[in-house]
Design a protein around this ligand. Sequence first.
Ligand SMILES: *Cc1c(COP(=O)(O)O)cnc(C)c1O
Length: 391
Amino acid sequence: MSDSYTFQTNLLHNNQKIDPATGAVSVPIQHASTFHQYDIDSFGQYDYARSGNPTREALEEVIAGLEGGCRGFAFASGMAAISTAFMLLSKDDHIVITEDVYGGTFRMVTQVLVRLGISHTFVDMTDLEAVKKAIQPNTKLFYVETPSNPTLKVTDIAAICDIAKEHGALTFVDNTFLTPQYQKPLTLGADIVLHSATKFLAGHSDVVAGLAVVKDPELAQKLYFLQNSFGSILGPQDSWLVLRGLKTLHVRLEHSSQAAHKLATFLNEHPLVKKVYYPGLPEHPQYDIQQKQASSAGAVLSFDLLNEDIMRTFVKHVKIPVFAVSLGAVESILSYPAKMSHAAMNVEDRNQRGITNSLLRLSVGLENVEDLMKDFSDALEKANQIHLIQK
Ligand SMILES: *Cc1c(COP(=O)(O)O)cnc(C)c1O
């Protein structure tokens, strides 16, 4: 990575631009699981592919550069990256964690880590007093996800990192929603950045992958030890797919974020929409924090329709987005959190978090935004005709 280039140019002009052996302009996919050693006393750079693979290393180096960390790690999924990072903790440690964390992380913390004697307290991380109150003498980690899913709450990363440092604890930030293009948690004081590269980084709904980037070399060595110990590494084919996806990250995310902003504004003014959740709207409660710590509000928004019947008719008639879990792809993806990402949560907890039976989440893709708005407008008009006009 060069300091004199912008993020956009660094996506393409990094150390992986040209393969030194052949001049190839795409990173070679190295399938070998083992490597011949020429000298009995000193082994080469690679010995066994779980411990190191050149294709995976290319990706690890690129993401480390983009996040501004000292070392990157590629895992078989976002959850593999997150779960491996949690293994930096030990029995009797305590985690302060954001209450609207990704469902898989929630499951790991509440059903696996507790079994290993690692406890946690869920807090609303937009409330710094609540965060301070949740601290225990054995708190070793603050776990942040911002903007959060699906109600796009924004946590002040620098403020949490300050609290963590005061307490001698680490801060992990799940940066899946904004990517280093728009938010760089390591520069705001975080120790580890985590990604589901399945989403925006790879960007084409065709690979499951996870990444971690560490700021400090000593901590990086510990995470490398765990990556090699658990072995939930990303394979060379999938590493290559993420590397290819990264080359177009800037154009994809910029288009999708601008379109998301337009759609959020459009939906915000629509009479059938009760509430829009998008940190790019000035009325968003943490708009100022978002402006301060990130350079865009991103490509994901949620909106609550007047009631469940209207939501159902809208989903039935909207044509462009796929109706599915996941986000961060070339195609727009419409999700229904109550029955998808948050199905395991009881109704009271869901409603208390704003995840009602009429809430939809939209990850905006690369379609023309006018086409999307027309599609949404038509589907809402259908719902209007069926549910409101008869009154
Ligand atoms: C999808 C997702 C994950 C999990 O990643 P996988 O690649 O599905 O394992 C973690 N955090 C966030 C914010 C996600 O959206």
